[in-house]
Design a binder for this molecule. Structure first.
Ligand code: ZN
Length: 267
């Protein structure tokens, strides 16, 4: 809509200019050199002033062109300057896939699909807004073993590894978000976990279950700062309904993106 309006305004201005400009400028110069200020020339001068004004307007209209809607480092409260993520190798790991659906909600929502969708959204945000090298352990609904995930990450020599999961509880009464790092992880991994957890809780407004130490394969076997996110409970009816929505997944992705930025900006 904005673009159509802009185009329309630009066309109208260009039409006006094409009527006024060619006639007025050469004759204006001529008029000045003869220093004659008759009625015709006065009209030409007025036309010249009007066309300069219109040119000026056209300039400012062109500058009003709306942004493309991307989050940019330097916009959205992020300090300007070169991205602190430039050149970083970031590995996103959507849990489960293919024959392994992960947890399944009462209404049939599968964890593997939510994990993949959120991961792809984070991937896009990082690709479009930072100079980071971003990888997904899977970008389709296919099965890959835990060992394949960790060895891929190690082969790529990643800086950070983020495994994306949705939680489930037998009793169906648990809710909220928790983030894991390995119990032997260094402070960098715990810091990354903290920023991601903070952003996710803030953005999704779900219960904060805090940081937890875990011994999951992907955070144990990857030789980098690795964390595992559990973004809500698919076993909770309200959270399953929430996670089924694209808007929730987008907000989760924005939160993970913001968490990664905050982690690198505060190192
Ligand atoms: Zn899982």
């Amino acid at each position: 809509m904005m673009r159509a309006k802009l185009l329309q305004r630009t066309l109208v201005l260009m039409l006006l200019l094409s009527l006024i400009l060619p006639a007025s400028f050469p004759r204006l110069v001529e008029a000045r050199s003869r220093e004659v200020l008759n009625k015709d020339n006065l009209e030409l001068i007025l036309k010249g002033v009007v066309s300069l004004y219109l040119l000026n307007r056209l300039n400012s209209v062109l500058r009003e062109e709306p942004a493309t809607g991307h989050l940019e480092p330097g916009g959205s409260g992020v300090p300007a300057g070169p991205s602190p993520l430039a050149g970083k190798i970031i590995i996103l790991d959507p849990g489960h896939g293919g024959s392994d659906p992960g947890a399944v909600g009462a209404r049939g929502l599968k964890e593997k699909d939510v994990n993949l969708d959120i991961a792809k959204r984070v991937y896009r945000l990082l690709k479009e807004n930072t100079g980071a090298q971003v990888y997904l352990t899977r970008d389709t609904d296919r099965f890959i073993s835990l060992a394949e995930r960790s060895s891929l990450a190690n082969r790529l020599d990643g800086d950070i590894f983020i495994s994306i999961h949705i939680n489930a509880a037998e009793n169906g009464r648990e809710r909220g978000i928790e983030t894991y790092a390995h119990h032997n992880a260094g402070r960098e991994a715990w810091a990354l976990a903290w920023y991601l957890q903070e952003q996710l809780v803030k953005e999704l407004v779900l219960q904060n279950r805090g940081l937890k130490a875990g011994n999951f394969h992907v955070i144990r076997e990857t030789r980098m700062d690795s964390v595992l996110l559990e973004i809500g409970f698919i076993s909770d009816a309200a959270e399953e309904a929430l996670l089924a929505k694209a808007s929730t997944r987008e907000r989760a992705a924005q939160a993970i993106f913001a968490g990664i930025l905050a982690y690198y900006q505060n190192r």
